[in-house]
Design a protein around this ligand. Structure first.
Ligand code: SAH
Length: 294
C-alpha cells in the first residue's frame, strides 16, 4: 500500500521534529508534500510490476515508498546519511527498497548498472526530485547510460526543464539541449508550483520526462567531434560560426577549409552557432569528419 501520510504536511513536520532533522538548502532538500504531483510523477513512469527503478535523492522516502508497491525493486541513492534514522521509520513497512548512502556524483554509473544486471536487476527507469546544484551534470551522465534506459523522469527547476527542451533560436538553447535531444525526446509532463514542497524553494519546478531513444534518430558520425563542434559553437555565443569553429579547431583544420565545408553543406558561415538545429550540427560533424580524416 502507498503510504499517503508522507505527503501530509503534519507527518513531515512530525518526522523532522522527532529526528531533529534540519533541511539543508545546499543539498536541495525540498521535500514533496503533494499527493497529486506524486501521482503525476508515478503515472509518467508507466510502471509495471517487473520494473526495477533507480531513484536519486531519497529524502524522507516519499517517492520511494509510493513506488515500492508498484514495482519489483527500488534502489534509491541519498547523499545525506543523517536521514538514515528517519528513513528507517518511514520506510519500515516496505521490503523491496534498497537505500544506498552515497553522493550520486561519486558513483560510477556504468559499473553500477552492469553490476546490477549481473544480479538480474535490470534498471530501465530513473526518477528523482533533483537538487538544483547537480541537475545538469547528472542529467548529462544519465543520458550516456542510454543503452540501459527507457525513461528518466525528473522534477527539476523550471528553467532546467526549459533548457532540456529548447530548440534552435530559443533563448535557453544550449549544449545541454542538444545532448538531451540527441539521446532522448524530452517532454514536459507538468509545471509544478513551489507550494508542493517543504520547505518551499524560491522558484517553480517542472516534471520532465526524457524518453530515451532505442535507436538514435540523428546520425552524427564521430560523437566526440560532434560534441566538440557544439562546444565550439556555444563557447562564444555571439561569434559567427566560421570564427568559433576556426578558433576552436585551429590546430586541426584551416579557416578556408572550414569555409568550404560550410559552403558545401549549405550553412551560412555568418550564422551564429546557436541558430543551428541538431540536424545541422550532425551534417556539419559528418562533413568535418571527412575533411579531418583526409
Ligand atoms: N525524493 C524526495 C527528496 C527530494 S529532495 C522527495 O521528493 O521528497 C532532494 C534529495 O536529494 C535530498 O534528500 C538530498 O539530500 C539529496 N541529494 C542532494 N545531493 C545529492 C547527491 N549528490 N547525491 C545523492 N543525493 C543527493
Amino acid at each position: 500500500m502507498n503510504n499517503p501520510k508522507l505527503t501530509s504536511f503534519q507527518e513531515v513536520i512530525r518526522l523532522l521534529t522527532k529526528y531533529n532533522f534540519k533541511c539543508k538548502k545546499r543539498l536541495g532538500q525540498n521535500f514533496l508534500i503533494d499527493q497529486n504531483i506524486l501521482q503525476i510523477i508515478i503515472n509518467s513512469l508507466k510502471l509495471n510490476k517487473e520494473d526495477c527503478i533507480l531513484e536519486i535523492g531519497t529524502g524522507m522516502g516519499t517517492l520511494t515508498s509510493a513506488l515500492s508497491p508498484l514495482v519489483r525493486q527500488v534502489i534509491s541513492i541519498e547523499k545525506d546519511k543523517k536521514l538514515d534514522p528517519l528513513l528507517k521509520e518511514s520506510l519500515s513497512p516496505y521490503n523491496n527498497i534498497e537505500i544506498i548512502f552515497e553522493d550520486i556524483m561519486d558513483v560510477n554509473l556504468i559499473n553500477f548498472f552492469e553490476k546490477n544486471r549481473k544480479k538480474g536487476i535490470k534498471i530501465e527507469k530513473i526518477v528523482g526530485n533533483l537538487p538544483y546544484y547537480i541537475s545538469l551534470p547528472l542529467i548529462r551522465q544519465i543520458l550516456e547510460l542510454n543503452k540501459y534506459l527507457k525513461f528518466a523522469v525528473f522534477l527539476v527547476q523550471k528553467e532546467v526543464g526549459e533548457r532540456l527542451m529548447a530548440k534552435a533560436g530559443d533563448k535557453n538553447y544550449g549544449i545541454i539541449s542538444l545532448i538531451a535531444q540527441y539521446y532522448s525526446q524530452p517532454q514536459k509532463v507538468h509545471t509544478v508550483s513551489s507550494t508542493v514542497f517543504y520547505p518551499q524553494p524560491k522558484v517553480n519546478s517542472m516534471i520532465i520526462r526524457l524518453d530515451i531513444y532505442e535507436k538514435l534518430p540523428v546520425q552524427v558520425g564521430n560523437k566526440k567531434l560532434f560534441l566538440n563542434i557544439i562546444r565550439a559553437s556555444f563557447q562564444q555565443r555571439r561569434k559567427r560560426l566560421i570564427n568559433s569553429l576556426s578558433n576552436y579547431f585551429q590546430r586541426e583544420i584551416a579557416k578556408p577549409a572550414i569555409e568550404s565545408i560550410l559552403n558545401e553543406i549549405g550553412i551560412d558561415k555568418n550564422r551564429r552557432g546557436e541558430t543551428l538545429s541538431i540536424k545541422e550540427f550532425a551534417k556539419l560533424s559528418k562533413a568535418m569528419e571527412e575533411k579531418l580524416c583526409k
